[in-house]
Design a protein around this ligand. Structure first.
Ligand SMILES: [Zn+2]
Length: 318
């Protein structure tokens, strides 16, 4: 049930219509990647690919503290009053969480138009009305009008998407408020913490992390070794005050932000999380939960025109 409560995106620019996506967004993105990176991604030999995508050895990881600018835009719509009220406290918690991991998120007031966003350098969070959230999600996933009704169904129980290639998190504050907030007087702190957890999780995607429940045999279980504390990249984060992060995830993040191996992995796939997961899976021997038992239906779901990448498996074991 809990996992129904917020988006199951592996974040981040899964291909809603692969052709259109490739034609536009990735091309634009490649162009600006080439500005960041003098050497563009090249075709790798099978051996090179296996070595690059192995997580067994991340190579040298620079875990020195890192600073990252995050634009935070709140829609000026009057129905966002509660968001304006909660956000300072929410941001304190987000910043505190990442600060403890050596990642300093420097908040900037975002204007209606994004500044010069870039992966691992400058990110943006947009707190939106539901209408705006849908419009921006359509655009980010490049959902054309004939597919929008079906996309609406996919979005029914979602409040946020993280788009890694765009360096943006879109949150439907309105829907989150309606679906998740406690109306009890005195519960404002509970609501604030839950919203903070949502942002912590979504930003995790923009910092190069995938879901804890993605694979059954990777080093990231859904709970910390104490068996209780939920991993912040799991779907057990509603109204918890004790999210946890593994040293391994900290290393992944720093490797990404420090332009180490994880950054090179993402650069190789043009920051497409779908491709990233495919290669991580292949070259580390990771298995998806229940893959053997329900492979046929699942594969169809994943490749179908309407499903976003992670709508299919997140809830089943909850
Ligand atoms: Zn997620």
């Amino acid at each position: 049930m809990m996992t129904e409560l917020f988006p199951k995106n592996k974040g981040q620019g899964r291909k809603f219509r692969p052709g259109a996506w490739l034609c536009r967004t990735v091309l634009v993105f490649l162009m600006f990647l080439s500005l960041l990176h003098p050497v563009a991604a090249r075709e790798l030999s099978p051996q090179e690919e296996a070595a690059l995508f192995s997580l067994a050895d991340l190579g040298p990881v620079d875990i020195s503290p890192k600073k990252l600018v995050v634009e935070v835009f709140i829609s000026p719509d009057p129905e966002m009053a509660a968001c304006h009220r909660l956000l300072p406290g929410v941001w304190d918690r987000v910043q505190g969480f990442y600060g403890r991991l050596g990642v300093y998120l420097e908040k900037m007031e975002g204007g209606p138009q994004p500044g010069p966003l870039a992966p691992a350098a400058r990110l943006r969070v947009e707190m939106l009305t539901h209408k705006d959230w849908l419009a921006r999600s359509f655009k980010a996933f490049d959902v054309q009008p004939p597919f929008r009704l079906r996309f609406l169904q996919v979005c029914r129980d979602k409040c946020a998407f993280a788009h890694l290639p765009l360096s943006v998190v879109h949150v439907s504050f309105k829907r989150f408020q309606e679906m998740e907030f406690s109306a009890k007087p005195g519960d404002e702190a509970v609501n604030r913490d839950w919203l903070a957890n949502l942002l912590i999780h979504e930003l995790g995607h923009l910092l190069g992390l995938y879901h804890a429940h993605e694979f059954v045999n990777d080093p990231i279980p859904e709970r910390l070794p104490d068996g209780k504390t939920p991993n912040f990249m799991s779907h057990h984060i509603a109204s918890r005050t004790d999210l946890g992060c593994l040293d391994f995830q900290k290393s992944l993040m720093h490797s990404y932000l420090g332009r180490g191996k994880v950054y090179q992995q993402y650069a190789q796939v043009n920051f497409d999380p779908l491709n990233y997961l495919k290669l991580i899976k292949r070259h580390n021997g990771y298995r998806e939960p229940g893959a053997a038992a329900k492979a046929p239906g699942k594969k169809q779901g994943r490749q179908g025109a309407v499903k976003t990448y992670d709508d299919d498996d997140a809830d089943e074991d909850d």
